[in-house]
Design a protein around this ligand. Structure first.
Ligand code: NAD
Ligand code: GDC
Length: 343
C-alpha cells in the first residue's frame, strides 16, 4: 500500500468546466499540493495553472490512473465523456465508457492508499418515468429506484455510484457521491455540440444580437423545465459533501425550476432584446421536467445551492459574450471545445 502524501489533492477532469473551476478554488484558498489531470492537450484545457502539477493522461487506461492516484490523499474524480442533451443522446456508448475512468480510479485509489474519493454523479440517474410532466417534479434521492436512468450516460453514472458504495463497504475507502443538476457558469463549454442549455441559449441570443438576425432556435417546445446550478454553488457543495458523513448519493442542484422559455426570457432581458422563437420539436429534449428536491442536503448540511438563476446567468452571458468576440477576433485564449470525441 503506497503512503498518501497528507495533503496531495488529485482532481481529474481538470481541463474541463467543473474540474478547472475546482482547481481554481483550491488554489484561491492556498492549497499548493494539487495534481490536475485531463486527457486533453494542455492548450485545450479551459483553465490551466502553471504552479499546479498538470498531467495530460487518458484515464480510461488503468496504468494512467495509477500515475494519477500515486501519493494522493484526496481524489476528486470529475473526468467523464459528457455534454448536454445534444451530445449524450448521440454518444451513448462513449458516455458509458466513462465507467473505465471511475473503476480504474477507484482501484488505483485503493492500491495507493488514498483516504477519500469524490465522484460526480448526475440527475440523469433519476427514473425517467418520474420526469414526464412539464411541472418540474422535485426529485428525491430515492427516486433513482426502481432504476430507469437516462440512456447511456445515466446508467453509467448509476452503476459507478454503486461501485463507489461497494468500494466503501468492502474495502473501507471513504467515498462521497453528489448528483449534480445542470451546472452552468463562466469557463464552461459554450459551443461545439457539448454545451448545455444555459450556455447554448446565451450564445444564440448573443449571436442574434451581434448579427441582427432577431430570431432564436429552441430545442423542443420550450416548456421543458429544469433547475440550473451556478458553478460557485457546485464548488461549495463538493467541499461540504466531501467533508461530511453523508454516505449515500445526494442531490447537489438548485431548487429554482424554470422552463426553457423562461430561460430564454432571462437571456433576452440581459441582452436587452426580444427575439422571434423557432421551436425545433425534433431536436434532443431529454426529460419533460426535472427539479432538485433539497430536503436532504438542507437537513444534513443546513445549506442548499442558492445563487438565483438571474444572477448567475448575467455573469455567464457576459463571459460568453467576451469569449464570442474573442473568437471572432481569432484570439487563441478562447475556451476551445475539443472536437475529438475521445475527448
Ligand atoms: P467537462 O466535459 O467540461 O469536463 C470533463 C473533463 O473530463 C474534460 O475536460 C475531459 O477532457 C475529461 N475527460 C474525459 N474523458 C477523459 C479520460 N478518459 N481521461 C482523462 N480525462 C478525461 O464536464 P463538466 O461539466 O466539468 O463535468 C464534470 C463532471 O461532473 C463529469 O463527471 C460530469 O459527468 C459531471 N456532471 C456534470 C454536470 C454539469 O451540468 N456540468 C451535471 C451532472 C454531472
Ligand atoms: O442540454 P441540456 O441542458 O441537458 O438541455 C436542457 C433542456 O434544454 C432540454 O430539454 C433541451 O432540449 C433544451 N434546449 C433548448 N434549446 C439548445 O440550444 C437548447 N441546447 C441545449 N443543450 N439544450 C436546449 C443534462 C445532461 C448533462 C447532465 C445534466 C444533469 O440533461 O445533458 O450531462 O447530466 O442533465 O442535470 P439536460 O438538462 O436535459
Amino acid at each position: 500500500m503506497g503512503e498518501a502524501n497528507r495533503n496531495l489533492i488529485v482532481v481529474t477532469g481538470a481541463g474541463g468546466f467543473i474540474g478547472g473551476s475546482y482547481v481554481a478554488a483550491l488554489r484561491a484558498r492556498g492549497c499548493t499540493a494539487i495534481r490536475a489531470v485531463d486527457c486533453k492537450p494542455f492548450d485545450e484545457w479551459y483553465q490551466h495553472f502553471d504552479e499546479v502539477e498538470n498531467l495530460s493522461l487518458d484515464l480510461n487506461l488503468k496504468e494512467n490512473c495509477e500515475v494519477a492516484a500515486r501519493g494522493a490523499h484526496d481524489i476528486y474524480n470529475l473526468a467523464a465523456n459528457m455534454g448536454g442533451m445534444g451530445f449524450i443522446e448521440h454518444n451513448k456508448a462513449l458516455c458509458m465508457l466513462s465507467v473505465l475512468i471511475n473503476t480504474h480510479m477507484l482501484q488505483a485509489a485503493l492500491k495507493h492508499g488514498a483516504k477519500r474519493f469524490f465522484y460526480s454523479s448526475s440527475a440523469c440517474v433519476y427514473n425517467a418515468d418520474k420526469q414526464k410532466t412539464f411541472v418540474a417534479p422535485s426529485l428525491k434521492e430515492e427516486d433513482a429506484y426502481p432504476a430507469m436512468a437516462e440512456d447511456g450516460y445515466g446508467w453509467e453514472k448509476l452503476f459507478s455510484e454503486r461501485m463507489c458504495r461497494h468500494f466503501r463497504e468492502d474495502y473501507g475507502l471513504l467515498t462521497r457521491v453528489a448528483r449534480f443538476h445542470n451546472v452552468y457558469g463562466p469557463w464552461g463549454t459554450w459551443y461545439g455540440g457539448r454545451e448545455k442549455a444555459p450556455a447554448a441559449i446565451c450564445r444564440k441570443v448573443i449571436e442574434a444580437k451581434l448579427k441582427g438576425t432577431r430570431e432564436i432556435a429552441i430545442w423542443g417546445s420550450g416548456k421543458q423545465t429544469r433547475s440550473f446550478m451556478y458553478i460557485d454553488d457546485c464548488v461549495k457543495g463538493i467541499d461540504l459533501i466531501m467533508n461530511s458523513d453523508i454516505l449515500e448519493p445526494i442531490n447537489l442542484g438548485s431548487s429554482e425550476a424554470v422552463s426553457i422559455n423562461q430561460l430564454v426570457d432571462m437571456a433576452e432581458e440581459i441582452a436587452g432584446i426580444k427575439l422571434q422563437r423557432k421551436y425545433d420539436l425534433s431536436a434532443p429534449k431529454g426529460v419533460d421536467g426535472r427539479n432538485s428536491d433539497n430536503t436532504m442536503i438542507q437537513r444534513l448540511l443546513h445549506w442548499e445551492p442558492n445563487t438565483p438563476l438571474r444572477v448567475g446567468l448575467d455573469k455567464t452571458y457576459h463571459w460568453i459574450h467576451d469569449q464570442y468576440l474573442a473568437r471572432e477576433r481569432g484570439d487563441s485564449r478562447v475556451v476551445r471545445e475539443s472536437l475529438t470525441t475521445s475527448h
